[in-house]
Design a protein around this ligand. Structure first.
Ligand SMILES: *[C@@H]1O[C@H](CO)[C@@H](O)[C@H](O)[C@H]1NC(C)=O
Ligand SMILES: *[C@@H]1O[C@H](CO)[C@@H](O)[C@H](O)[C@H]1NC(C)=O
Length: 223
């Protein structure tokens, strides 16, 4: 097998805040609808994000893995994604809250990430202006009750001016509170959904052996 095909099935996604609000239930959206006609922005490899069978599938293949984003600019809100993760060495499934800007901007970020070699763990982290908060635990891991690549769960992140909370199936697993004198994310964010090959980045998620064999095609995913 030289192409690693992966599935990310998002059945329902709610970005709830006083304003704006978006609630996508893919079971009510026609097969073949473009994600980019219903509120997503194609950041990278949008051709690999397909709505079919009541869900949206993201796939990583030898060309690239998708990164799609909302365009809501949410200052405070709850983001929930119902998903089945990908699996396999090197593959990362990520749900990210990311502030606007370009490469040089110091962006705020809150993450839930799943590495394909450890499909029962979600890794959570956050960044303020592009860096981890000095002294804070960099990544906090939580166990999910079952193999996340074969079972759907609802993963949530709540972003408010004075707290960030992470949820698994509606259960709050962690909260970080804003404290005086400690950097805290404050910028309006959007939700990104992505599936990427971390092989070049580090060995954190393992190596995509199959894809390395057809190097350099895969590196079209690198930005
Ligand atoms: C998220 O999407 C934005 C566009 O809205 C893009 O600029 C950014 O690079 C993406 N970030 C991640 C971590 O996927
Ligand atoms: C999780 O499911 C995937 C896909 O069926 C399988 O390849 C993997 O071995 C499973 N891992 C565990 C720890 O159950």
């Amino acid at each position: 097998m030289f192409v690693l095909l992966s599935l990310l099935a998002i059945v329902q996604w709610v970005a709830a805040s006083s304003c704006p609000q978006l609630d996508l239930d893919f079971s009510k959206i026609a097969d073949g609808t473009s994600p980019f006609d219903i509120g997503f922005t194609d950041v990278w490899c949008g051709q690999n994000a397909i709505i079919q069978g009541g869900k949206m599938d993201l796939s990583l293949n030898k060309k690239c893995g998708p990164d799609i984003s909302t365009n809501l600019n949410v200052q405070s809100g709850l983001f929930e994604v119902d998903l089945e993760t990908s699996w396999g060495s090197g593959v990362v499934t990520a749900i990210t809250l990311f502030s606007a800007g370009t490469g040089e901007d110091k962006r705020d970020e809150v993450d839930m990430e799943f590495i394909g070699t450890d499909v029962t763990t979600v890794q959570t982290t956050y960044f303020v202006e592009g860096v981890h908060v000095p002294g804070a635990t960099q990544s906090v891991d939580f166990q999910v009750a079952s193999n996340t690549s074969t079972s759907r769960h609802i993963y949530g992140m709540e972003y408010t001016p004075d707290s960030i909370s992470w949820y698994i199936d509606g259960r709050k697993v962690n909260t970080v509170l804003k404290k005086d004198g400690v950097p805290f994310p404050t910028k309006p964010v959007d939700l990104n959904l992505s599936l990427w090959d971390a092989t070049e980045f580090s060995e954190w998620a393992g190596k995509v052996i199959q894809i390395l064999q057809i190097h350099p095609d895969i590196y079209e995913t690198s930005s």
